[in-house]
Design a protein around this ligand. Structure first.
Ligand SMILES: Nc1ncnc2c1ncn2[C@@H]1O[C@H](COP(=O)(O)OP(=O)(O)OP(=O)(O)O)[C@@H](O)[C@H]1O
Length: 240
């Protein structure tokens, strides 16, 4: 029976006030489990990024709660949330957010440096993860010298360098061709999914659905359903 990694209840977020108010996420509740790849799909503007920004401690909800391994994260102070995120969460953004003036290896080491880890140790661990994503020979280059698929892999290496239990990828295949996208996702599933990790992926890309355990469907800010996917059902508490 799998343990709950994330429990979201009644998550709601709006932007603006009065006539210009947009209700981006409405009363969304779900659980994500350790050992699963959970996809979040839905049309553009349906609230996927907003919802996962609340789950990952980036954006404060107007209502609702997020528990990560039993910790109600929005009850923590700003500093505590920042520390919690550094330790528990890895986030790969759509546009990678790599720093152009740093080398690839330094980019990957950033989360460890922010945790005040020793520089040489941080750089060694960054190299270890660049090897995992097959880019150790690019370690000394700035990200601008890398292809889109390679930059995506650098962003993934950076997201996993502190061994987070929750890994969130926002449109990981958006700028990759079909074959590269499938290779990256197959790698993520094979190498990064463990019993102690939960991977949540926002995507439009049906070509990578086979790597998911479950798919959450969003529309107009609401969760409209959760379906089983290509990688098959998990043995999950409460499900038959
Ligand atoms: N900072 C913001 N200020 C105002 N409105 C916002 C903001 N962020 C998102 N929205 C609005 O909230 C709604 C949900 O946006 P969100 O980015 O979460 O959707 P999405 O499903 O991730 O879309 P996409 O697939 O295009 O990335 C949209 O109507 C969007 O315009």
């Amino acid at each position: 029976m799998a343990d709950v990694a994330v429990r979201a209840a009644g998550l709601t977020k709006w932007f603006g006030e009065g006539a210009t108010r947009t209700l981006a996420v409405q009363n969304v509740s779900f659980e994500a489990f350790f050992g699963e790849m959970l996809y979040v799909v839905g049309p553009s503007g349906s609230g996927k990024t907003t919802m996962l920004s609340m789950v990952s401690g980036i954006l404060r909800p107007n209502a609702g709660t997020v528990e990560i391994e039993g910790t109600d994260i929005w009850r923590l102070s700003g500093d505590e949330i920042a520390t919690f995120r550094l330790r528990k969460l890895g986030f790969v953004f759509q546009d990678y957010h790599l720093f152009p003036r740093l080398t690839t290896q330094e980019n990957v080491a950033i989360p460890l440096i922010l945790q005040h880890r020793d520089w040489d140790e941080a750089m060694a661990e960054a190299l270890r993860d660049l090897k995992i994503v097959g880019l150790e020979n690019r370690a000394a280059l700035p990200p601008v010298k890398l292809s889109g698929g390679e930059q995506q892999r650098v962003a993934i290496a950076r997201a996993i360098v502190s061994r987070p239990e929750i890994l969130i990828l926002d449109e990981p295949t958006a700028s990759l061709d079909g074959d590269t996208g499938r290779t990256v996702l197959s790698f993520v599933r094979r190498e990064l999914l463990t019993d102690q990790r939960c991977i949540i992926i926002i995507t439009h890309d049906a070509r990578i659905f086979e790597f998911a355990n479950r798919i959450m469907h969003m529309e107009d800010g609401k969760l409209t359903g959760i379906t089983q996917a290509g990688a098959g059902p998990m043995e999950v508490a409460g499900e038959t």
